[in-house]
Design a protein around this ligand. Structure first.
Ligand SMILES: NC(=O)c1ccc[n+]([C@@H]2O[C@H](COP(=O)([O-])OP(=O)(O)OC[C@H]3O[C@@H](n4cnc5c(N)ncnc54)[C@H](O)[C@@H]3O)[C@@H](O)[C@H]2O)c1
Ligand SMILES: O=C(O)C(=O)C[C@]1(C(=O)O)C=C[C@@H](O)C=C1
Length: 310
């Protein structure tokens, strides 16, 4: 594969930016990768593991002369970072982000950017519960979707170039309206995370079951919940605060279904439970048939990675 952007600036050097750096290098997609992070410790680790070709102290320095700028910080920090880099962006550059929520980022980031740059928001649907500069790996995006949510009037050439970069990183790319993205992700990612956080919280609260019993006897289902519930607290706080409406809508539906199942258990309605579980089993089979097998090595089940500073 050949170079798509001469200089890519990564703002924030955690799981996603780190994985992009590895994936871009794997395929030779960037002439130069420049990275920056707000903490000196993160920058030092990134330099130590040679994550980027160059590390700068400030975001302003990182974006100078870059033809692609990737905002890879928590959703709630996107606007401030955009405001900081805006005066230093090269005319004609593309700015993208990797945030898990799209509408609020577009509203918060868009107004800071000069007319002379292209803003193409994005979201790779791939991750792990780890964070920080040591957690990234080149295969993270392989065969996983990245959704681009360009706003009306975005230059199709800028979107096509970003699509090529993500494809070069191994991703399957689709375009989607930001509002719809936020609803879909509330169903497939945000609410499931909230449920995992809750279930692990319940186990923690249940004083009749000791912590050591939770650890010793944790069955596979609960273990999966604990992996998800170990995800970065700042990232997930921002996701829920930013995707409030869609998450609350899905949570409302979830609660209704939960009450129906609760009632079926109380009244001994085995048919209801059986029918329900038959329907949900078919969804899992559909995911596997579509090639998005959650047991595949790249579905958040990579060998343990160390969390680094973030
Ligand atoms: N982790 C996932 O599974 C996943 C998947 C897809 C998208 N995302 C999105 O990608 C973005 C980055 O997530 P990540 O998992 O790489 O996070 P991370 O914690 O691994 O890295 C975040 C980086 O942002 C920096 N940062 C944190 N707060 C900041 C602030 N206030 N100002 C400037 N920099 C700040 C940190 O120092 C770090 O370098 C988030 O917006 C997240 O929603 C995450
Ligand atoms: O496997 C995981 O750790 C994830 O939860 C990754 C996951 C997801 O929900 O699928 C989490 C948040 C993102 O915005 C994208 C991907």
């Amino acid at each position: 594969m050949s170079v798509i952007y001469d200089r890519v600036a990564l703002i924030g050097l955690g799981l996603i930016a780190g994985s992009m750096a590895h994936a871009m290098r794997r395929a030779g997609l960037a002439g130069e990768i420049v990275g920056t992070a707000r903490s000196a410790e993160t920058r030092a680790v990134a330099a130590e593991i040679n994550l980027c070709d160059r590390i700068t102290e400030t975001a302003a320095e990182a974006v100078a002369g870059a033809d692609l700028v990737v905002l890879a910080v928590p959703v709630g920090a996107m606007a401030a970072v955009a405001a900081e880099v805006a005066p230093h962006l090269a005319p004609g550059a593309t700015v993208t982000d990797v945030g898990s929520v799209k509408r609020e980022i577009i509203e918060a980031v868009g107004p800071h950017l000069p007319d002379a740059v292209h803003f193409v928001p994005g979201h790779p649907l791939a991750g792990t519960e780890h964070s920080g500069p040591r957690s990234g790996f080149a295969e993270l995006f392989d065969n996983r979707y990245t959704l681009l949510t360009p706003v009306e009037g975005t230059d199709p050439g800028a979107t096509a170039k970003l699509r090529a970069l993500w494809e070069g990183c191994g991703a399957l790319v689709e375009e989607m309206d930001a509002e719809h993205h936020d609803l879909v992700l509330a169903v497939t990612s945000h609410t499931p995370h909230l449920i995992a956080y809750t279930m692990v919280g319940v186990a923690d609260d249940l004083r009749r079951v000791t912590d050591s019993e939770v650890i010793k006897y944790s069955a596979a289902g609960f273990r999966d919940f604990t992996r998800i519930a170990a995800s970065d607290p700042t990232m997930w706080r921002d996701v829920f605060l930013s995707n409030k409406e869609a998450t609350l809508e899905i949570l409302g539906r979830f609660t209704e279904e939960l009450f129906a199942l609760q009632r079926a258990i109380r009244t001994g309605d085995g048919d209801h439970l059986h029918d329900y579980f038959t329907r949900t089993r078919a969804i899992r089979r559909g995911i596997i048939e579509a090639g998005q097998d959650t047991d595949a090595p790249n579905f958040g089940r990579e060998p343990a990675k160390k969390d680094g500073p973030s």
